[in-house]
Structures are given as C-alpha cells and as structure tokens.
Design a binder for this molecule. Structure first.
Ligand code: G3P
Length: 227
C-alpha cells in the first residue's frame, strides 16, 4: 500500500460479480498500469478467487467474520481469503459492522496471516483509538454520505482534517477518506486535506464508463500529491 491509495469497493451491485466484475477489474487493471498507481479492489467473497486469477491488482475481501476455525456455518474467515489469494480485507465497513473486541481479534488474525487490513470508522473520534489496534490503514466514511453522490470532501471536509490530525498521533498508518466521492475534484480535495487516499464504490460501480471515472480519479490524485 502506498499513496495515493485508491480503494474501489465492489459491494453487491449487479456488476460486482461474475463476468461483469472480471471485465471491470481488467479495465481498472489497465488504467492502473498505465499510470503506475496501484488500485485496491475489494470484492465479494465469491469473487476473490476468480479476481486473483484474472486481474493483476491487489484483491481484498469486503469483510471477514470474527470467528475462529470450527463449527461456524457460512463464515468467511481470514484464513479462507488468504487461501484463495486475497492480499487483505476491509474490516468494520458501515454496511458490515463489528464490535471493538471483534475488530481486535480480526486484526490480530490478519496480521498473523500477513494480510493487509483497512479498518473502516464512521467518525474521526475513533481514528486514534482504533489506530492503537494497528491496522495498515483507516478508512473514514460518514455513513450518511455513503452512496449519496455528495462527497465527504465537499460536505464534511472537517471530518477529513480532524481524522488526519488524529492519524498523525500514530506512526505508519494511512488515512483514507470515503463516502460520496464522485468527481475528480472530490478526490483532489480529499488528498489536499491530508488523506493518503480515497475509497469509492457507487461512482465507479454505477458509471456508464467506469474506466474513465477511475482514470480521472488517478489523474487528480497524482496532481494532488505532486502539487
Ligand atoms: O467503501 C467505500 C464506500 O462505502 C463508499 O461508497 O458509494 O459512497 O462511494 P460510495
């Protein structure tokens, strides 16, 4: 993981799985390579294996369950995603919350397995306390803006600046900003406010030409970190 960090969360849209997801992944891979910016794709658990085989980008799980190996029907465990080639996982997304003790357990497991971790929080007040659990990155997303097309950069820039102040109290953890990121200006602003990267879903997954959106985002991110 290195800035600018761009995380595209596939979630559960109609193009998040099957051949459509692979096609999208390949388009994103091409743009990523052209600009030499690594893009993280977090994908549904059923797609991890195929994406790892067919798309040369870091593939993350969208969630892992905080249960040990054993009698847990339907559970997706850190060991399982590692086995199919995932590089890491999102943890505690607003759409898939965990308790604090579960987050700690999952982080210890992912670390032991050599998986990267992007821990999601819904408010800046949790950035520092959760940084003490040592994820690789914290993704801050005000839940009320997720999927709205109204970006955190524009609607709540103070959430990013305060989160940036908080992350600076811990060494070596990246701060990613997300929720409603839609335009290249949103990306530029988030990075200028001090975020190391952005997290996005709907603006890419629902776009007619997702590759153009991703290309604009990369260009803006590179502009923001070089100016
Ligand atoms: O994980 C990223 C996601 O929650 C942001 O969603 O649709 O607001 O870009 P969206």
């Amino acid at each position: 993981m290195k800035p600018p960090i761009i995380v595209i969360n596939f979630k559960a849209y109609e193009n998040s799985f099957g051949n459509k997801a692979i096609e999208l992944g390949k388009k994103i891979e091409k743009i990523s390579k052209e600009h030499s910016v690594e893009i993280i794709l977090s994908v549904p658990a059923t797609m991890i294996y195929r994406m790892v085989q067919e798309v040369d980008l870091p593939i993350y799980a969208e969630h892992v369950d905080p249960v040990p190996l054993g009698a847990y029907t339907g559970a997706i465990l850190p060991e399982m995603i590692k086995d199919v080639g995932a590089k890491g996982t999102l943890i505690n997304h607003s759409e898939r919350r965990l308790r604090a003790d579960e987050i700690d357990d999952v982080l210890k497991r992912t670390k032991k397995l050599g998986l990267s971790s992007i821990l999601c929080v819904d408010r800046y007040e949790l950035v520092y306390p959760f940084s003490l659990l040592r994820p690789d990155a914290i993704l801050i997303e005000p839940p009320e803006l997720i999927g709205t097309g109204i970006s955190v950069s524009k609607a709540k820039p103070e959430v990013i600046t305060k989160a940036v102040d908080e992350i600076r109290k811990s060494e070596g953890i990246y701060l990613i900003a997300g929720a409603g990121i839609t335009t290249s200006e949103d990306v530029y602003k988030a990075l200028k406010l001090g975020a190391h990267g952005i997290g996005v879903a709907s603006a890419v997954m629902k776009a007619k030409e997702p590759e153009k959106v991703v290309e604009d985002f990369i260009t803006s991110a590179l502009k923001a970190i070089s100016s």
